[in-house]
Ligand binder design. Sequence first.
Ligand SMILES: *[C@@H]1O[C@H](CO)[C@@H](O)[C@H](O)[C@H]1NC(C)=O
Length: 360
Amino acid sequence: MGRRALLGAALLLGLLALAAARDYYDLLQVPRSANDAQIKRAYRKLALKMHPDKVQGSEEEKKAAAQKFADVSHAYEVLTDPEKRKVYDRYGEDGLKQMGGGGRGGGGGDPFASFFSNFGFGGFGFGQQEEEAPKGNNVVVELEVTLRDLYLGGHFKLVRDKNVVKPAPGTRKCNCKQKVVTKQIGPGMYQQYTTQVCEDCPNVQYVREPETLTVHVEPGMPDGHTITFFEEGEPIVDGEHGDLHVVLRTLPHPHFERRGEGLMYNATISLLEALVGFEREIEHLDGHKVQIGTRGVTRPGEVRWFQGEGMPQFEKTTRGDMWVTFDVSFPREVSEEQRAELRRLFGGNAELQRQQRDEL
Ligand SMILES: *[C@@H]1O[C@H](CO)[C@@H](O)[C@H](O)[C@H]1NC(C)=O
């Protein structure tokens, strides 16, 4: 019992470490190649979404959202500082800690307050201009993952052809604006009209290029979970690129079935095993063994519960449970000899009892 508890504690610690070591790029939902402007815009979008006024739910959920925003803010702080970003890219979070002052929550206080006071609405481009900027199409791609991938988490390379804006010969009209022109057409007479005024910009063209993205799958992500990469969708000239949504699709597993955070498993045992008990171990998704045997009687269709052997819960340190359904395989036939033996063993039969009485 003590050993079990110890194991549980070790597992919990491992999971906590995993949760803390979340990648900065993942937190900001941008690829590693993202430039400063992209990171800034991603941060702004996340900040607006995570603002306490916008988060609905229990106090606990609000607290979790605030913590996540603090993490996102820290990631933002690091990735927009060229020096820190270089260190992070090479040595990760540990490198930053050694650099000093790289620890989380260095600023302290309320991250939302500092977000809105440091950058303000105008400084961050909350203005109307940006609202009106054209936005490229969002792209949805599916990523097939195994149940094991979702159990353990992992990194997956996603290669896709993407439209990229490249320079082209010549110029094009750009930054067009409606301008009101006032013209004097006579003494004291003015005519007002609007006209479109454009600038000449270097020409561009769309080129399809393969692009590799790394998708970080966290342990316990549900089927259908969407991982968004800001501005990795369809590009648009002079506008904001669309987003890329990666939707996880779970491939069927030969033995396990997932229901939420629960796992289902079917086991077949013999009639003898059902009656006298048995030892059996099954291999879990990560290879660890689970003893599903019993010394007792197992009825056909009986379901046994294995606490904590289910899927990890996404963004939590807890785990779901596993349920094993036992199917009992009956013999096709019973020989005369077995019949007699069984009658003897289980008594109960009138014919047998008569025979036994006769013999006495
Ligand atoms: C277990 O068996 C039932 C009945 O045949 C089936 O519906 C279910 O999908 C099976 N579950 C697993 C985990 O294979």
